[in-house]
Design a protein around this ligand. Structure first.
Ligand SMILES: [Mg+2]
Length: 168
């Protein structure tokens, strides 16, 4: 395949020859580009970017590879403290029952929306999110959930790419 030197556009996603979609965050003065893997958050500075006929890209080498710092980590720690206190106070069995109940409430609101009735989808989605976080505390599997979540998003990205070619 033909490869030409290329300057990515900030705000645009590109399929990388090595796999995965990378979003261009910014372009530095000399044409180096800061790229972030959409699924994993892995961010790097790409040197010597090239583009192929199918719109996919690669680069000669990269530097400064790191996971982009997540925003609001302080906030997340505070939320975690409150949810851990909830599990400690009411116990595993009660909170698992509560998770089941909140998921049922969300199901009901989704049906209400489908039937054109008033609904409280946002409220019940928030309740389910709170309970899912408590499940991570109870089952000590937050790391697994995050890893599997990212693997599944990456697989979805791959499937979408296979379906429509390199155009993003
Ligand atoms: Mg509820």
């Amino acid at each position: 395949m033909n490869r030409k030197p290329f300057t990515p556009q900030p705000g645009t996603g590109y399929w990388n020859q090595g796999g995965g979609t990378f979003d261009c965050l910014s372009v530095l003065d000399d044409g180096r580009a800061v790229m972030r893997n959409r699924a994993s958050g892995w961010t790097l500075t790409a040197h010597g970017v090239g583009i192929y006929d199918d719109g996919s890209i690669d680069w000669d080498y990269s530097t400064d590879g790191r996971f982009e710092e997540k925003q609001g980590q302080q906030d997340a720690a505070e939320i975690m403290a409150v949810l851990t206190a909830a599990v400690d106070t009411w116990g595993k069995a009660a909170q698992v029952d509560m998770a089941i109940e909140e998921m049922a409430e969300l199901q009901k609101e989704l049906l209400n929306e489908r039937r054109g009735r008033n609904n409280h989808i946002a409220e019940e989605m928030a309740d389910v999110r709170i309970m899912l976080q408590q499940m991570e505390i109870i089952f000590q599997n937050g790391g697994d959930v995050e890893r599997i979540f990212r693997e599944k998003v990456a697989r979805l990205d791959q499937r979408l790419h296979d379906r429509k070619g390199a155009a993003l």
